[in-house]
Design a protein around this ligand. Sequence first.
Ligand code: SAM
Ligand code: SF4
Length: 464
Amino acid sequence: MSKLFDFGLERLTGQPALSGVVKGVAAGGRGTFFLETFGCQMNDHDSEKVAGVLLSRGYVQVETPEAASLILYNTCSIREKAAQKVFSRLGEYREKQDEGKIIGVLGCVAQQEGEDIFARAPWVSLVCGSASYSKLPQMIAELEAGNHRVTGLDTDTDETFETEVTRRDNPWRAYLTIIEGCDKACSYCVVPYTRGPERSRASDSILREVGQLADLGYSEVQLLGQTVNSYADPTPRRMCFSELLLAVADVPGIRRVRFTTSHPSDFTPDIVEAIESQPKICDHVHLPAQSGSTKVLRAMQRTYSREEYLEKIVMIRNASRPIDITTDIIVGFPGEMESDFEQTLSLLDEVRYDSLFSFKYSPRPNTPSLVMPDAIPEEEKGRRLAVLQDKQREIQSRKHEALVGKTFEVLVNGKSRRENQWFGYSTSHRMLNFTSQAQELLGTYVQVRVTRAGPNNLMGEHNV
Ligand code: SAM
Ligand code: SF4
């Protein structure tokens, strides 16, 4: 959790902190928690909500496991490396239990490993998967009552995880989950298994929270979901995703609306129309392709072909204002031939993504691709990843060079240690580092002119 943005319960709730909550809690004493998070934005946001649950129960968040009575570890299991990390970290926490501390594992790894975690790490007391977070307050109460083994591993819940208090890390940009779980069945992916089936949050509840966030001073909201654009309002209002985007943008005080991740099959023309008609909806779409080969996409069960994906790209590129497009690519999926990989490279040439996340295929438990033949050797996956990243670096260098001299509106997110150096994000989600003589800019919107560019960064000057 970020120290920079730690401003306490008062700021989050708009209410004075409950007396005795913050004061008088000794380091390492009862009622203190340390929460470490690894993974995607959804994981980060889950941790913000978990922290909210604990804060509203009177716990105080601390910055080291040594100072905590409750140590929580929240991590994803999308790739094997991330999952392994939990167990090595748990090993480090082993002796902490002897000091009377409670240790818990949350998130996808908890869901995946389940009660086996108790066998591998008997010093763990809480195992709770992300699909069961709505039961977290009861589980915490059980732990407080002295129960030593508490689990939450159901995935059949139809509830979404809403909390009265969410301890948000950033005071200007708020994450908001609008849809949890996933009903797609990509053959490589653990998410449908670890996060359970798709559940959309009621539109009135979303809009109420956006209103509260605006009242608290947040000007940017980022709507989250594994397939955010598959949103299906469970209330009689039956808002579709594009209507929800427009309604969120209409909330007084909200200046930017982002959303991620979009699934190509559910990316419909009305979403582009909403972006065109409402400048507050950010001009950035993250549209994971995963591969440029229709054969591989079929094996991945991605529900679209290369041609269908490219039709979506053309639709976005034809919008009346420029929209940045970013993506995710997996290399070395079982059966991916050199010719398939070349099609992925040609997809990069055709789309010219503004940025991309690339991964070596990682075989995961309980996924159909685990038993697929023709696995690609690790070394070859590494080679393909390097080739792909080199190509993207070249594309990004060119795109960035073309931005020199252009001016962007930036929401200032941080100040560098170097004097007069700040950074922030444009509406297209480009990060800009810039110089300014101003005394205080955090949380404000400023105009920044790009003066220099590298493949992975943009530098600029504050236009006063
Ligand atoms: N729901 C999003 C979608 O449909 O694209 C992505 C969710 S996942 C948290 C983020 C990215 O991790 C995926 O887009 C994919 O590129 C990557 N990923 C998922 N499973 C993977 C695996 N088994 N091996 C390598 N990368 C994987
Ligand atoms: Fe995983 Fe596919 Fe669902 Fe994305 S859409 S979370 S990759 S199953």
